[in-house]
Design a protein around this ligand. Structure first.
Ligand SMILES: Cc1cc2nc3c(=O)[nH]c(=O)nc-3n(C[C@H](O)[C@H](O)[C@H](O)COP(=O)(O)OP(=O)(O)OC[C@H]3O[C@@H](n4cnc5c(N)ncnc54)[C@H](O)[C@@H]3O)c2cc1C
Length: 392
C-alpha cells in the first residue's frame, strides 16, 4: 500500500478545508485563553468525524468509513491544531470505542447517537495519580451494593471529561482480586452529574491548551449495576485493546504535527533572508528540512500501515498481535519524529519561533505530550521488544 484510496484523499481535502476555515482563524485566541470550543464539536459531528468507525444504526458511517479515514481526519485536524486533533482522537478512541466494542445494545443506544453527532463527548479514565504506565496498579475501587456499584477513588489527566457536553466517563476500577493476587479490574460507565462524581478544576498544561483535561474524584459514587461495561474482571484486557487503537490515532496526530512543521519551516526558509539571501540556501538549514521531510514520510507510512492493518483486522484478515506491534512502532517513531520536527521548525524560525504569533511555537509546546500519552515512548519500546519475543 503506497497510497491511500481516492476516497480517502478526497475526504482529506474536506477535513483540511474544515480545519482551515473553522479552526485556523480562531486557534491562537482559543489557545491563549485555554478555551474549549464546545460549539466546534457538533460541527465536527456534522462532518461525520466521530462516526467513521461506527455502524449506521448509531448514526455512524457504517461501511463508508474505516479506521484509515479516522486517521486521515486526525492528521488533518492535527496539522492545524493538536488540541482539536486530540479532541477527536480521544472522543472516538477513548470515548466511543470502548462503548461500541464492549457495550450492550442498550448501552450503545443510550450513549452512541449523541457521541457520534457531536452533541456529547465521553472520556476514558484509566490513569491515576499512582498508576500510569503501570495501570495494573489501579486503586480506584468499585464495590457491588445490591443493584448498584459504589465507586471510590481518583483518576488523573482525563481528556474530554469535564466539558459542558461530557455525557459519560468510563473508568477502570478494582472489583476484586485475581488468583495470582493481582487486581481484578472492570470498566464502569459513570454518567456526568452522578452524585459523588467530582470533576476537578482543569489542569494548567504546557501544551494542548484547547483540549479539556481534568482530574476526577469519586466519593461513594453510585451507578446502577448495568453500567458495567463488558464482563466483570475484563477491564485489563479491554483497556489494553483500547490503547492499541488509540496509539495509531496518536501516531496520526503526530504526523499532522510534523507535516505542519515541514510546511511552515520550508515556507519560512524560502522567504526569510539573512546575509542577503534566503536562509534556505544554507545547507545548515536545508539539510535539516530534508531530514524533516524524511521523518514525515516515515511517520506517515508507519501510521497508515498500522491503520490499514487495523482495518484488515476488522475484516478478519489480520491478528491482534500484528496490529499491536505495528501500532507501537508507529506511535514510537511518529511521536519522536514530531518532537524533533517542532525543534527543527522552531530553530528555522529563529527568534520568531519563540513568539506565540507563530504557530510553530504552539506546535513546540504541544508536541511533547505525544511521547507520553496513551503509553510513553518507554512503554512502546517495552511492547516492541515483547513483540520480538524478548521476555517481558
Ligand atoms: C494531557 C494529558 C491527557 C491525558 N489523557 C488521558 C486520558 O484521557 N485517559 C487516561 O487514562 N490517561 C490520560 N493521560 C495519562 C497518560 O496516559 C499518562 O500520563 C501516561 O500513560 C504516563 O503515565 P504517568 O504519567 O503516570 O507516568 P509514569 O508511569 O509515572 O512514568 C514516568 C516515567 O517513567 C517511565 N517508566 C515507567 N515505568 C517504566 C519501565 N518499566 N521502564 C522504563 N521506563 C518506565 C515512563 O516511561 C515515564 O518516562 C493523559 C495525560 C496527559 C498529560
Amino acid at each position: 500500500m503506497f497510497e491511500l484510496s481516492q476516497d480517502h484523499e478526497d475526504f482529506r481535502m474536506v477535513v483540511r478545508d474544515f480545519a482551515e476555515k473553522e479552526v485556523a482563524p480562531n486557534i491562537a485566541k482559543w489557545d491563549a485563553a485555554a478555551y474549549f470550543p464546545t460549539d466546534l464539536v457538533p460541527k465536527m459531528g456534522d462532518l461525520g468525524l466521530f462516526g467513521l468507525v461506527v455502524p449506521e444504526e448509531y448514526g455512524g458511517a457504517g461501511d463508508a468509513g474505516d479506521f484509515t479515514s479516522l486517521c486521515v481526519a486526525i492528521e488533518e485536524l492535527g496539522r492545524v491544531d493538536q488540541s482539536i486533533g486530540i479532541t477527536l482522537s480521544a472522543g472516538v478512541g477513548l470515548g466511543i470505542n470502548p462503548i461500541l466494542t464492549y457495550g450492550t445494545e442498550e448501552q450503545k443506544q443510550r450513549f452512541l447517537p449523541d457521541l457520534v453527532s457531536g452533541r456529547a463527548l465521553a472520556g476514558f479514565g484509566l490513569t491515576e495519580p499512582e498508576a500510569g504506565s503501570d495501570a495494573g496498579a489501579t486503586r480506584t475501587k468499585a464495590v457491588r451494593d445490591g443493584d448498584e456499584w459504589v465507586v471510590n477513588g481518583a483518576k488523573a489527566f482525563i481528556t474530554n471529561s469535564g466539558t459542558d457536553i461530557t455525557s459519560v466517563v468510563t473508568v477502570t476500577a478494582r472489583t476484586g482480586t485475581n488468583e495470582d493476587g493481582s487486581a481484578q479490574l472492570s470498566a464502569i460507565m459513570v454518567p456526568a452529574g452522578t452524585p459523588g462524581f467530582v470533576v476537578e478544576p482543569a489542569y494548567h498544561k504546557l501544551g494542548w491548551h484547547v483540549s479539556d483535561t481534568h482530574g476526577l474524584t469519586f466519593e461513594d459514587c453510585r451507578v446502577p449495576a448495568d453500567h458495567l461495561l463488558g464482563a466483570e474482571g475484563e477491564g485489563f484486557k479491554q483497556f489494553l485493546k483500547t490503547l492499541d487503537d488509540g496509539r495509531i490515532a496518536i501516531s496520526a496526530l503526530a504526523v499532522g504535527c510534523a507535516q505542519a512543521c515541514l510546511e511552515l519551516a520550508t515556507d519560512y526558509a524560502r522567504t526569510r533572508t539573512a546575509f542577503g539571501r534566503p536562509i534556505g540556501v544554507n545547507q545548515g538549514v536545508s539539510f535539516q528540512l530534508a531530514d524533516l521531510a524524511v521523518m514525515v514520510e516515515g511517520a506517515r507510512l508507519l501510521t497508515y500501515k498500522a491503520a490499514w492493518l487495523k482495518d484488515e483486522l476488522h475484516a478478519g484478515k489480520r491478528s491482534v498481535k500484528e496490529v499491536k506491534h505495528a501500532a507501537a512502532i508507529a506511535k514510537l517513531y511518529s511521536t519522536e519524529a514530531a518532537v524533533t520536527a517542532t525543534r527543527i521548525a522552531t530553530q528555522v524560525f529563529g527568534g520568531n519561533g519563540f513568539m506565540e504569533e507563530y504557530p510553530v511555537a504552539r506546535f513546540y509546546r504541544d508536541a511533547k505530550i505525544l511521547e507520553i500519552g496513551e503509553g510513553t515512548s518507554e512503554v512502546q519500546r517495552m511492547l516492541i521488544a515483547r513483540g520480538l519475543g524478548l521476555p517481558a
